[in-house]
Design a protein around this ligand. Structure first.
Ligand SMILES: *[C@@H]1O[C@H](CO)[C@@H](O)[C@H](O)[C@H]1NC(C)=O
Length: 159
């Protein structure tokens, strides 16, 4: 049981770290080694990184909201897990924890999906550049969050 719990917590922390990295790292869209965009800023290398917010496009705001929401939900889910670990009856299931983690996964998926569909409207570049690794991390975080949410739903509390 201890090994299982440790594994579950490590998976949850990994998901949370992926959410955080993809939210703050400056690489949602990559133009060149000296210019990339994240969901907050346009950064250009001019002897040092020069960053400025580039748009208040509502699609971008939706992506920002989804990413922030996924971090909050996943964090709440982790707290709920520890609460339920001590309060659940033997044989009880971690439904609440699982539901929060699944919702976090759905949020990150929505954020990344909105970005995929709307990036030409967000930064007006149809053909130049490519998706950056923060965007890819968001897509990797999505199935991991779903897995960990499903594990919580299936998991039964043992002594
Ligand atoms: C980002 O900033 C650079 C340098 O100021 C500019 O050339 C580029 O058009 C900007 N990109 C976007 C998407 O605003």
């Amino acid at each position: 049981m201890i090994v299982l719990l440790a594994g579950i917590i490590v998976l949850h922390l990994a998901v949370l770290v992926l959410f955080l990295i993809s939210t703050v790292v400056n690489s949602w869209w990559y133009f060149s080694d000296s210019n990339s965009l994240d969901i907050w800023q346009n950064c250009t290398w001019l002897e040092f990184w020069n960053c400025e917010s580039y748009t208040t496009n509502e699609w971008l705001q939706a992506v920002q909201a989804m990413m922030i929401l996924s971090i909050i939900l996943s964090f709440l889910s982790l707290i709920l897990f520890f609460c339920q670990l001590f309060t659940l009856q033997k044989g009880g299931r971690f439904y609440l924890t699982g539901i929060f983690q699944l919702l976090a996964g759905i949020c990150v998926m929505s954020g990344a999906a909105i970005y995929t569909v709307q990036y030409p409207h967000i930064h007006g570049e149809r053909y130049s550049g490519s998706y950056g690794f923060a965007y890819i991390l968001a897509w990797i975080a999505f199935p991991l969050a779903l897995c960990s949410g499903i594990i919580y739903v299936i998991l039964r509390k043992r002594e």
